[in-house]
Design a protein. Structure first.
Length: 79
C-alpha cells in the first residue's frame, strides 16, 4: 500500500533522489496526514504553500487513504 507524492520544481531540491516521471512512493499507514508525508520526505514544512490530494485543494492536516496522489508546491516570491 502506498501514496504517490509529486513535488513542484522548487521543492524537488529538498529530495535528492526525486524521480521527475514517477514522483516519490511513500508507504501508506492508517492515520497518515499530508504533514506526516512532508516530514517523511524531508521538506521543510514552511516551504509548502499549496497542497492537492487527488488533484483537489487540501490541507496539511488531511488524512490520506491508500493510493492517494499528493501534490506539493511552493509559492514564488515577488516584490
Amino acid at each position: 500500500m502506498s501514496l504517490t507524492v509529486e513535488l513542484s520544481r522548487l521543492l524537488r531540491r529538498y529530495v535528492s533522489d526525486y524521480d521527475d516521471d514517477d514522483g516519490i512512493l511513500v508507504d501508506y499507514e492508517e492515520g497518515k496526514t499530508v504533514e506526516h508525508v512532508i516530514t517523511e520526505v524531508g521538506i521543510p514544512r514552511e516551504k509548502v504553500f499549496t497542497v492537492l490530494v487527488n488533484r483537489k485543494p487540501s490541507s496539511v492536516g488531511h488524512r490520506l487513504k491508500d493510493g492517494d496522489h499528493v501534490t506539493l508546491s511552493m509559492i514564488l516570491g515577488a516584490g
